[in-house]
Ligand binder design. Structure first.
Ligand code: TYD
Length: 211
């Protein structure tokens, strides 16, 4: 028996973190056992890598390699065991973030990202990806409102975030079966309803496919 692998994506300030709060309860209500993790991070080594990635300056190559080093640990220690146990694994960011931020934002060679993806994941991909999408002005405004100190990625300029968003939307357009694009400019409750409806449909399809 294998579980369900669901990832959450979006530019900083798109509302992903707010919706991450209610999702575990929602899945539990559907009778699904949920394991949550995040990237970079999710394991003791991954969380140390996260600290370095968010706060230390480094080359693009190092950044991409450390993202995948964190991912390797997360896959081995958290993601694969949860899926093998038939659980629902919810991951806050995964490889689409690398294509969007390193590939789109930093213009890092996507061929190299694909090589790392093939090596580390060996064909293991999310079953469903929720992409929280907002125009640049909205995400910038929301980020500013937090008032907290911004990390290395959040400090990037508008051109960077526009490229990140476009890379996400391009990936979603290329793989509509996996992506659910969420218009996150709507009020919170409306976004929540849309996501709930989409998830229920997805879960029912999965259950029907296995019966
Ligand atoms: P996130 O956890 O969403 O930040 P926060 O807790 O501040 O909301 O993500 C951390 C940052 O890491 C985010 O700016 C995107 C970046 N990131 C990449 O650049 N590449 C990746 O592969 C991943 C997983 C994250």
């Amino acid at each position: 028996m294998s579980g369900l692998f669901i990832t959450l994506e979006g530019v900083d300030g798109a509302g992903k973190s707010s919706h991450m709060q209610w999702l575990p309860d929602f899945f539990a209500q559907q009778g699904l056992e949920v394991v949550m993790t995040r990237e970079p991070g999710g394991t003791p080594v991954g969380e140390k890598l996260r600290e370095i990635l968010l706060h230390e300056s480094m080359s693009q190559e190092t950044e991409a390699l450390l993202m995948f080093a964190s991912r390797q640990e997360n896959l081995n220690r958290v993601i694969k065991p949860a899926l093998a146990a038939g659980k629902l694994l919810l991951c806050d960011r995964f490889t689409d973030s690398t294509y969007a931020y390193q590939g789109g934002g930093r213009h890092f060679d996507t061929g190299k990202i694909a090589a790392l993806e093939n090596w580390v994941q060996a064909g293991l991909n999310p079953d469903l990806t929720l992409l929280f999408d907002v125009p640049l002005a909205v995400s910038r405004e929301r980020l500013g409102r937090h008032g907290a100190s911004l990390d290395r990625f959040e400090q990037e300029n508008d051109t960077f975030f526009e490229a990140v968003r476009n890379a996400y939307l391009q990936r979603a357009a290329n793989d509509p079966a996996r992506f659910m694009v969420v218009d996150s400019t709507q009020p919170f409750d409306q976004v929540k309803e849309f996501v709930e409806a989409g998830l229920l449909k997805f879960i029912r399809q999965r259950i029907n496919a296995h019966t």
